[in-house]
Write a protein that binds this ligand. Sequence first.
Ligand code: TEU
Length: 541
Amino acid sequence: MTKLNECTIYQIYPMSFQDSTGTGMGDLNGIRQRLDYLSTLGVNMLWLTPIYRSPKRDNGYDVADYRTIDPDFGSLSEMEALIAEASERGIGIMMDIVANHTSTEHEWFQRALAGDSHYQAFYVFRDQAFVDAHPVGSVFGGNAWEYVPELDRYYLHNFDPSQADLDWENPAVRSAMADVLNFWIGKGIQGFRFDVIDMVSKDWQAMRMSNGPRLHDYIRELNRASFGGQEIVTVGETWGADLDHMRHYSNPVGDEFSMVFNFEHLGLGCDKWQARFGPQTFKQVVSRLQPGLHGQGWNSLFLGNHDLPRVVSYAGNDDPQWRDVSAKQWAILLHMLQGTPFIYQGEELGMTNRHWQRDELRDVEAINYCDSHAELGGAELSDRIDRIARDNARTPMQWDASEYAGFSDAPPWIPVNENYRQINAELQVSDPSSVFHCYRQLIALRKQLAVIGHGDFSLLDAGDPERCCYVRVYRDPETGVQQRLLVLANLSECHQEMPHFSSALEGKAPLISNYQDAQGGGGPSSLFRPYETAAWLLQDP
Ligand code: TEU
């Protein structure tokens, strides 16, 4: 298994990756058909968002059976074939574990409803008095308590009413979840991503649905009962993790996770619908977390996923004139950091957000939001949806210029982005100057250069809104050779003088750059073009 510091993980949203059956929905055999593409890109592991049997109210995050593949995606034997074929290419599979809640169609919940007290204790059923004293709002809008008349009790659902929260205070729940992990480890799974894992311990005193008092105990227990001590990569989704929590989660002792997803650098704030990405926030958070975790933990590196807008639309500039250099800019800035990068499908092509009509939306969160925010008015609501809605990330993968972008022969379950003729894998794989090849190069550099995985970090221009420049330094303990990695980026759409550009760099080819001619004799000069970004390796004996 590849070491964390050399590894890059690719996230697949199976519903939207590749349809092999002509249903308009992606499937496991579709992923198998695209393994060579992923191998060319050079990634080490594929995180699949949930593929278990599910009514898909929340696209699989409502699990009805943790051990069965949803028939829309295929079968267990196809999953085994995918694991084996990926492994032949040196690629591991990471499963998404939804441990905080199950679908109300799950057998445990159905038994609970039928009056089985053993399974009622799997969920957070409470009486009227408790509910009155503990009001909770759902992440997807509305009340998080749902009344069940037959039981005269309420159950908690932090997400959709069809996603009932499990009660992790019950040891039987924790051991059932460890059994699920062991089942998948037995199938050859090499990684786990833990959905909203910080919510499994609730703090009813402080009325917080995450980061409760027993959180780290539960994770250590799960670690011991399943993946601990094995060559398995684990990442916890933790919206509320601060640096202190992150050190606990990813401590070098290894009794919790390999790493977590921290979202601070994205500037989502408390109301994501009004969020705007700010390079200053990114810089501040990175300059706190890089040294804060250096030697004391490990971080994931990401700008996009299936819950976030497209990277080039949110962090960068997706105007056709700039999207190519802008997508590469953010790729370089992120991939030259310490941590394990995650690439969300299509990010490596610079795929963008699109403009949505109300009836094209598929995500329960976006639909609820539109229903409950009519007062914002059409234009404002539409702007928020186009900027932030999760459906932006869920449009089909753009493979080629044929109808439905080569994703399917049939109309897809969600619209294809109209720009698929300009932005697609076929065009980019054959073009060495494409966004795809920039990502491929970045993945390869991480495997080659110790300074990327091990070096320390210093930000050079805190507070400068027009630039993002940093340096990474690593001294090889055996040879004594010091590697310095200098990363300079002009964040603006105008030409900018780069104060950290020294004459020593003039004419020296950068390791990587987002402008083609920078590789040749022309090289960057101290006057950087719009969004120009480059990284140099400097070796001192
Ligand atoms: O997301 C966790 C989560 O909190 C998100 O719902 C987040 O608040 C939201 O996307 C902001 O828009 C995870 C999964 O990644 C997401 O797809 C699921 O919907 C959610 O858990 C429930 O399982």
